[in-house]
Design a binder for this molecule. Structure first.
Ligand code: X8Z
Ligand code: ZN
Length: 612
């Protein structure tokens, strides 16, 4: 599992625990005289060893659980997670004691800091708390995994509903799917509220104001400056989003009529081709401009016509990375990954990438379907695996990405190289069907429907969670605040009017019951364009960015690997600079990529009253 997720949900071998405690006890006595920088080095080394051992144990329990949800695997996963949390909390407290010592080495000081804020769900240091917290989170995660909704009156798995949201066009059926799926959250609300209480107590005992403040402190910068940076980034790209929203709304109005989608105001959330309205590419057929809109191909159609299987999609992703010079995936990847949904048991279908031994035991867990969304998601997940493998030589605490946004950006950056030319190179698209330059607007619009549409969603999830953790939003207002933020940031509203009083809509989005911080995906949306732009520059590409593919470019691959190998050993601006030459994370590359589309959208929207 990704470290940043697994550490959240993790646990400890008693032997390792005992050893660290005994050693510390001895040191504690010396420390009464004066703990030295050498004591701190020794502590960090032991802590890394202990957490590394535990991470394998907790990872395996979590994998067994996520790929086979039963009362017993829930129990085992929760146990392991509680053990990890207890150890990590103990080490975080101890780390704080060493942090003030003079003369600490760069690495020891950096690692002490990491030890302080590595948990996504810290537990209070009192008997029973870590177990209660772990049981709550395991229960929430499994409840999501087992969730079902309705499609035309038939009970349907969440994963199947997700795909159907992309293809169904009957607004009554869309509303049925959306509404029934959101009921998955309802029974989670109380447990979620209790989880918030417990993890906040844990965060406070580690010196943070609340869990949200702790999350914001993991970015090599002042936590408030981090939040401000994200807001500033959003302001850079918001004008583009506003134009896309305006244009999409008017196309939906044309397609469905005033009763379903009025010309003004927010967009109905279930009409955008995705359960959470987070990516809109699936309704490209509805928004495609005349003439320039016919791209001559649709990736889902190409995959289906070429008889692609889920496994073949994964192989195709692997081949891309191989073309950049990365070693092929190990045999164990193919033996141990879950590539498609098992028929006979409950699993967490939400895609993830894992490393089960902190070395080469990398795997993906997906319920892959043969469509364009999962084609991108496979590359996304493989990006995690190749990153994990690239930094496997680092010490345990540096076996992570430069910041969590980097982890989410690598595979997506590769998928930006899935251009018409590339599809021709892998024999999916006939050369005769490569869209000419007059189709550029269509290509950009198709991409913007996924990439630009996501931006406000990527930001609002943790806006919501930060308010929940700070107490500004109380359990009675969980759904109201969620709906308000969705309206404010995305300009969307739930179908069917006000939400039921007992609803908990956030619970119907994986990362809330899964407790995965979400600003990483917002950052990744910007970073992947920064990486793509830099990669294309390294490749000497002259044309428009959306036609650039780095497929088969081993020099670019080597430069990418140099950044990935760094793991989290240096502050993230160093890693960003290593690959892109800049230390700033910002929206410039994304804006540059979509520049021609922005002017075109403004033209289309002339005379309309945009906004909501
Ligand atoms: O959760 C994911 C990945 C797993 S790390 C599939 N993503 C976010 C989401 O689905 O909400 C990728 C894009 C955003
Ligand atoms: Zn991911």
């Amino acid at each position: 599992m990704l470290k940043q997720i697994s550490v959240a949900a993790i646990a400890v071998g008693l032997m390792a625990g005992g050893a660290v405690f005994a050693a510390h006890h001895e040191e504690g006595e010396m420390a009464a005289a004066a703990p030295t920088a050498a004591d701190a080095d020794a502590f960090v080394e032991r802590a890394e060893q202990r957490l590394a051992d535990l991470s394998i144990y907790v990872g395996k329990a979590a994998w067994a659980n996520a790929t086979n949800i039963t009362i017993d695997t829930d129990f085992l996963a929760a146990r392991a997670s509680a053990e990890y949390t207890k150890a990590a909390v103990e080490l975080a407290n101890e780390a704080a004691k060493y942090a003030a010592i003079d003369g600490l080495s760069y690495d020891t000081s950096r690692k002490l800091n990491m030890l302080r804020q590595s948990l996504t769900a810290p537990a209070p240091n009192v008997p029973g708390a870590a177990d209660e917290l772990a049981t709550l989170l395991t229960g929430l995660n499994s409840a999501y995994g087992k969730g079902k909704g309705m499609y035309k009156g038939t009970e349907t798995r969440g994963n199947d509903l997700e795909a159907l949201m992309g293809t169904e066009r009957d607004p009554a059926v869309l509303q049925e799917m959306w509404t029934s799926w959101h009921r998955v959250g309802t029974p989670m609300r109380e447990d979620y509220a209790r989880f918030v209480e417990l993890s906040n107590e844990g965060a406070r005992s580690l010196g943070y104001a609340d869990t949200g403040a702790m999350w914001r402190s993991g970015y090599d910068m002042d936590p408030d400056a981090y939040a401000a940076m994200l807001d500033a980034n959003w302001q850079e790209v918001k004008p583009l989003y506003d134009q896309l929203h305006c244009y999409t709304r008017s196309k939906l109005n044309e397609a469905y009529g005033d009763d379903v989608q009025p010309e003004n105001g927010p967009i109905r959330a279930d009409l955008l081709g995705n359960m959470w309205a987070q990516e809109w590419g699936n309704i490209y057929d509805i928004v495609a401009p005349e003439g320039a809109g016919d791209l001559g191909y649709d990736l889902t159609d190409l995959l289906v016509k070429a008889d692609y299987t889920p496994k073949r999609i994964v192989e195709t992703g692997e081949t891309f990375f191989s073309s950049l010079g990365f070693a092929p995936l190990p045999g164990t990847f193919w033996e141990r990954s879950q590539i498609t949904a098992p028929r006979d048991r409950e699993v967490v279908c939400h895609a993830s990438a894992w490393n089960l031994d902190n070395e080469d035991d990398v795997r993906i867990k997906m319920c892959t379907k043969v469509n364009a969304d999962d084609f991108v998601t496979v590359h996304h997940e493989l990006g995690h695996n190749y990153y994990q493998r690239a930094y496997k030589g680092q010490p345990f605490l540096y076996k992570n990405s430069a910041n969590d946004g980097f982890h989410e950006a690598i595979g997506d950056m590769i998928a930006l190289s899935v251009t018409p030319d590339y599809l021709t190179q892998i024999d999916l698209l006939d050369e005769a069907n490569i869209p000419a330059a007059d189709k550029d607007i269509g290509l950009l619009l198709r991409q913007a429907m996924d990439k630009v549409a996501f931006l406000p969603f990527g930001l609002m999830i943790d806006k919501w969670r930060w308010q929940v953790f700070s107490g500004e939003t109380t359990p009675e207002n969980y759904t109201k605040s969620w709906t308000d933020l969705r309206r404010e940031y995305q300009g969307i509203v739930p179908p069917g009017g006000p939400r039921p009083a007992d609803s908990f809509d956030p619970g119907a989005k994986y990362h809330v019951p899964g407790n995965t911080p979400y600003t990483r995906y917002f950052m990744a949306r910007l970073l992947q364009f920064q990486f793509h732009q830099a990669a294309c520059e390294q490749a000497g590409w002259q044309g428009p960015l959306h036609r650039c593919s780095i497929y088969d470019n081993a020099e670019v691959g080597a430069q990418l690997n140099a950044m990935l190998e760094m793991g989290s050993s240096r502050p993230w601006p160093d890693a960003l600079e290593a690959f892109t030459g800049t230390r700033d994370m910002n929206g410039e590359a994304l804006v540059a990529y979509f520049e021609p589309l922005k002017g075109w959208l403004e033209e289309q929207n002339k005379g309309k009253s945009c906004g909501w």
